[in-house]
Structures are given as structure tokens and as C-alpha cells.
Design a protein around this ligand. Structure first.
Ligand SMILES: NC(=O)c1ccc[n+]([C@@H]2O[C@H](COP(=O)([O-])OP(=O)(O)OC[C@H]3O[C@@H](n4cnc5c(N)ncnc54)[C@H](OP(=O)(O)O)[C@@H]3O)[C@@H](O)[C@H]2O)c1
Length: 269
């Protein structure tokens, strides 16, 4: 039997969401791939079929429009019944800037997609799962969920996603629904590759900020996502799991070392 029978991956047309959709397909799940870009979405659905998904379809949705997420819910239920899993992966990245320079139109757009999109996805599919008395919701946080990164709209939004994950887990647990999040580190997704190509992220400097001295692969995040959504994580809910190549430990360790260097031959007293 498949580890996960049915799933919808919102933001499954590219990058991390695409890797999650394909990993679920490989595990034998029926998969609905949702996002705005039909050409990329249809291609992911075709690849999911090739990997063994018994049903794989693209459904167009803009998560900034709550009505469209409601319509997605109806399309999903018609196609596969109430899905066992929903992954809220739609999101946009931000260029670094100071809070005092933050443009409010950009702020509103980022919140609408990254936070409200996650909220509405959890509401639409959470209500359906409550009827079924089971389910797993997976949100996508970030390193920004844990640290004050210089991304004045993205960071607060991702901290809010972590908070929302905890509240949802507490409220939906009694209905047999688990709610977790993954927090990817620097992940070589299509989105991040575009930022690197535009000169907005420095790949060499990034490697140095991780304990493992590497980027996270989208497939690494997908493995964690499958685990959290599968019965193997039956007693895990409310967590935000970093998949970060050791960024969260490396950053404070390196900072501390700058002020308190370990000298050669130094002995404890
Ligand atoms: N890459 C990283 O280093 C990293 C690190 C931490 C967290 N994350 C998070 O991981 C998630 C995926 O990012 P990624 O790096 O994989 O970027 P990506 O390759 O650009 O993928 C972004 C996905 O979000 C979808 N999306 C964006 N706006 C949407 C909207 N309004 N409605 C519906 N779908 C929308 C895109 O689909 P369409 O274009 O088809 O709409 C695409 O499938 C985001 O939540 C991001 O914050 C990424």
C-alpha cells in the first residue's frame, strides 16, 4: 500500500514543491499539482504519472485569491475525494533590504502569498480533512522562521507560518489531523537559482554559512516532507523541522568564535 494515498501540493509547479510532488508520486500517491504556471504544472503532472502516481493532474490556482483556493478544494475533492495530505508550498522570495526602506505594496503582496496563502490553504483543506477525521497538513517555513534575516516582509511572514503551524496542530489534533512544517535552508530551487543568477545571493558565501558546506537539494526537503506526511510520523505534530545543512548551528557557533577564538594549545584551567 502507498505510504500516502492522495496529496495536493500547492506551489508544486517548481523548485521545492515540484520535488515534493514527485517524491509523493514515487511513493505511490495520487497527486494534484497546483500553481499558476500551466505549462510547468502540466509537465510536473506528466512526470508524476511517469513515476507511478495512479492519478496526477495540474489545477491552476493563485493563492493570493482565496476564492481560487476554495475552487481548488472543490476540484481536488471531485478528482480524488478528500486528500490525505496538503502541502502549502506556494511562496515568493525577497531581496535583502532594511525595514525602513520596505515598500508597502511589496509587503502586502508577500504577506498575501506566503502567509495568507498558507492560511487559506490550511482552512480549505483543514475543513475537508475535519469531515474525514484524518489528514496531514505540511506548511513551508524557512530559516527566517527562526532568525531575524534582513528580509523585512518575508521573515515576519515565515515566523507567522511557524506560529500558525503550532496553532493549527493544537486545534486540529483532536480531529486526527497532524500539522507540521519544514524549514528549508538555502535550497537550490528554480527560485533561488534565479536570485543567484541575478547577483542577489552569493553562492560561495552561502556555502560557508552551513556546517555541511553545501546547499540543500530540493529532494532533501522532499524526503523530510514525505516523512512528516506519512504514518511514520504518526505522533509528530506542531513541529517546524529545519532541513538546512546545519545553518542554524553554524551561524551562532561562528559568531561566538569570532569573540572567543580557540587558540592553538589552549588548555582548560
Ligand atoms: N529556495 C530556498 O532556499 C527556500 C528556503 C526556505 C524556504 N523556501 C520556501 O519554499 C517555498 C518554495 O520556494 P522555491 O525556492 O521552491 O521557489 P520557486 O522555485 O520559485 O517555487 C515557488 C512555487 O510557488 C508557487 N507560487 C508562487 N506564487 C504563487 C501564487 N500566487 N499562487 C500559487 N502558487 C504560487 C510557484 O508556482 P507558479 O509560479 O506556477 O504560480 C512555484 O510552484 C516557498 O514558500 C519559499 O519561501 C525556499
Amino acid at each position: 500500500m502507498a505510504e500516502v494515498a492522495s496529496a495536493v501540493v500547492i506551489g508544486g509547479t517548481s523548485g521545492i514543491g515540484k520535488a515534493i510532488a514527485l517524491r509523493l508520486a514515487l511513493a505511490g500517491a495520487q497527486v494534484i499539482v497546483a500553481g499558476r504556471d500551466a505549462a510547468r504544472g502540466e509537465a510536473v503532472a506528466a512526470e508524476a504519472t511517469r513515476l507511478g502516481a495512479p492519478l496526477a493532474r495540474f489545477v491552476a490556482v493563485d493563492v493570493a485569491e482565496p476564492d481560487q483556493v476554495e475552487a481548488l478544494g472543490r476540484r481536488v475533492e471531485d478528482a480524488m475525494g478528500i486528500p490525505e495530505v496538503v502541502v502549502n508550498c506556494a511562496g515568493i522570495l525577497q531581496s535583502g533590504k532594511h525595514v525602513l526602506d520596505q515598500d508597502l505594496a511589496e509587503d502586502e503582496r508577500i504577506w498575501r502569498i506566503n502567509y495568507r496563502g498558507t492560511l487559506v490553504g490550511a482552512q480549505v483543506f483543514g475543513r475537508m480533512m475535519k469531515r474525514a477525521g484524518r489528514g496531514a497538513i505540511l506548511n513551508v517555513g524557512s530559516l527566517a522562521s527562526f532568525a531575524p534575516l534582513s528580509l523585512p516582509s518575508y521573515t515576519p511572514g515565515k515566523q507567522a507560518v511557524q506560529a500558525l503551524t503550532g496553532i493549527l496542530a493544537a486545534e486540529l489534533g483532536p480531529h486526527g489531523i497532524r500539522v507540521n512544517a519544514v524549514a528549508p535552508g538555502y535550497t537550490l530551487s528554480d527560485g533561488l537559482q534565479a536570485r543567484i543568477a541575478a547577483g542577489e545571493r552569493d553562492p560561495d558565501a552561502i556555502l560557508d554559512t552551513t556546517a555541511l558546506k553545501k546547499f540543500v537539494a530540493p529532494q532533501d526537503v522532499a524526503e523530510a516532507a514525505l516523512f512528516l506526511c506519512s504514518p511514520r510520523a504518526a505522533s509528530i505534530t506542531g513541529v517546524t523541522l529545519p532541513v538546512d545543512a546545519g545553518w542554524l548551528v553554524q551561524a551562532p557557533y561562528a559568531h561566538y568564535l569570532r569573540g572567543n577564538p580557540i587558540r592553538k594549545g589552549q588548555q582548560d584551567e
